[in-house]
Structures are given as structure tokens and as C-alpha cells.
Design a protein around this ligand. Sequence first.
Ligand code: ATP
Ligand code: MG
Length: 139
Amino acid sequence: MTVVTHSESETGELGARLAACCTAGTVVAFFGGLGMGKTAFVRGMASVLSPDAHVSSPTFALVNNYGGKPPLVHFDMYRVTGWEDLDTTGYYDYQDQGAILAVEWSENIETALPPDAVRVTFCRLSETEREITIEGATL
Ligand SMILES: Nc1ncnc2c1ncn2[C@@H]1O[C@H](COP(=O)(O)OP(=O)(O)OP(=O)(O)O)[C@@H](O)[C@H]1O
Ligand SMILES: [Mg+2]
């Protein structure tokens, strides 16, 4: 499906809707450049999966674990360039543990994405409009 959102909060609402479809082991892979609204989308997911969590971009830590049942784990792969980097983030361990993974900058780990990953692609239409395409999940 493809939708156009007109604000950060609308993008968050879409994230909340997708979160309702996630189960243990779901990998949500985000594509799209800087400042598209990926983190805003994850904030919406967390409002459902881990309501008390404070969501911020894991720019330096590379990974934030927000807890929940199953836990929501948020990755920023912007600086991840190789398999070793990826392994260090716990990407595979969290999948083995049945966490729900939200992965910003999935472009950088394309070959490590599971075939059934939910793919969320952002396209900037204007200052406040984002076209968001969700593949691999039915909302
Ligand atoms: N429709 C929209 N949806 C989401 N964010 C929007 C929208 N319109 C404007 N914005 C603005 O775009 C910015 C999105 O920031 P956000 O941190 O969520 O992006 P990001 O894709 O995670 O960026 P980065 O690549 O730096 O991690 C915010 O400043 C937000 O207010
Ligand atoms: Mg971000």
C-alpha cells in the first residue's frame, strides 16, 4: 500500500497501525534519505508496542532497545558498512530472541534483511508531505 502523510504525527499514526500487525521476529526495514520521518514512524510503533519508551534516533549507539513484549528494538544502520559492524549491533541476536526490529538505513544492510521483512519506503513530496509505501504487510 502507498499513503501520503501530511505531518509527523500522521506518519506516527501509520507506524502505530503497522505495529498492530507486527509479531515476534518481524523486521521492519526503512528506506529513504535523511529527515524523511523514519524515526517519527518508529515513535508511532513504540506507542503501541512499548508505550512508556522514549524514542530517539540511535545515531551514536546504533541500537536502542525499548522493551515491551516482544521488545521493540530500533537500529540506525547509517554508519554500518560491513558484516562485523552489523553483528556488533546485536542484529542477529535480537532476531533470534524474537524481538520486533525497526531498521533505519536498511539500504546499508540490504543483503542481511530476511526475505519476509516488511519494507517501508519514504519519498519526500514536499516540506510536509511524505509518500510512504509499505510492502510485506497488510494494514
Ligand atoms: N509527513 C511527515 N512525516 C514525518 N516527518 C515529517 C513530515 N513532514 C515533515 N516532517 C519533518 O521531517 C522530520 C523527520 O525527522 P525524522 O528524524 O523522523 O526523520 P528520519 O528519516 O528518521 O531522519 P534520519 O535519516 O536523520 O534518521 C521532522 O523534522 C518532521 O517534523
Ligand atoms: Mg532517524
